[in-house]
Design a binder for this molecule. Structure first.
Ligand SMILES: O=C(O)CCC(=O)C(=O)O
Ligand SMILES: [Fe+2]
Length: 234
């Protein structure tokens, strides 16, 4: 199946011009019924499919990305329906998404600032289920000694508010240069550092209480060793 090599006009309409290049944010990318369906499928997975980390737990679908190549496993149909919808927006330069990370965050859980690294095509797309979150962006630690101590606070740039059922697409500098993370907090207060206020239908000063959030992080792993046609049942 061929997918568009460039971002489609439909996706371009959702560019967030107030962030660094390039962010697309689509609110209500999926319906409430689809959200419930996806959550049901996520929680149907057998217990060993989950990996417990200190601040969150995750499921890996599609294979384990590796510098020598990923032993690719076919994505299950319930994910393919959505990964193909995103590939059809031209998010992966004509390729199809072949990897999904499911992260579950309870209120008060988050993820340390990090880069997604070179094993992926430099585009990350995220569907949020069950709750909003604030995704925070940081500049990397500079190499220059003269810059003095570079606390996380000093390196913080801006946040994106990801509402439940939204789709986020990050590429270019947003992927290659900046770090992203989620604070371990139970509540988020919307300030002027949130750069997608209008598309996320939020207002300044609003306090949003976090519920359990499940994110589907959908990517393309270019280096694949061989395709295993059976879905991963672990
Ligand atoms: O949950 C999210 O939206 C972020 C997840 C993330 O950054 C990752 O899995 O690399
Ligand atoms: Fe990440």
């Amino acid at each position: 199946m061929a997918y568009p090599c460039e971002i489609t006009e439909e996706l371009k309409e959702h560019v967030v011009t107030t962030a660094a290049p390039t962010v697309y944010y689509i609110s209500d990318f999926i319906t409430e019924a689809e959200e419930q369906y996806l959550l049901q499928e996520v929680y149907k997975a057998p217990k060993p499919k989950w990996t417990q980390l200190s601040g969150r737990r995750l499921q890996n679908w599609g294979g384990l990305p590796h510098p020598k190549g990923m032993l690719a496993e076919k994505l299950p149909d319930w994910l393919l329906k959505y990964t193909n919808r995103i590939s059809a927006l031209g998010a992966f330069a004509g390729k199809a998404a072949n990897h999904v990370l499911v992260n579950e965050y309870k209120p008060g859980q988050g993820i340390m600032p990090h880069e997604d690294g070179p094993l992926y095509h430099p585009t990350v797309t995220t569907i949020s289920l069950g709750s909003h979150t604030l995704l925070d962006f940081y500049r990397p630690v500079s190499q220059s000694e003269a810059d003095g101590p570079q606390t996380e606070e000093k390196r913080f740039l801006f946040s994106l508010l990801l509402q439940r059922r939204s789709l986020l697409v990050l590429q270019d500098d947003m992927y290659k240069h900046l770090l992203h993370g989620i604070q371990n907090t139970c509540e988020d207060t919307v300030t002027e550092t949130v750069v997608n206020l209008s598309s996320a239908a939020a207002h300044l000063g609003q306090t949003l209480t976090r519920d359990t959030r499940v994110s589907l992080t959908i990517r393309h792993v270019p280096k694949v060793l061989r395709a295993n046609l059976l879905p991963n049942r672990k």
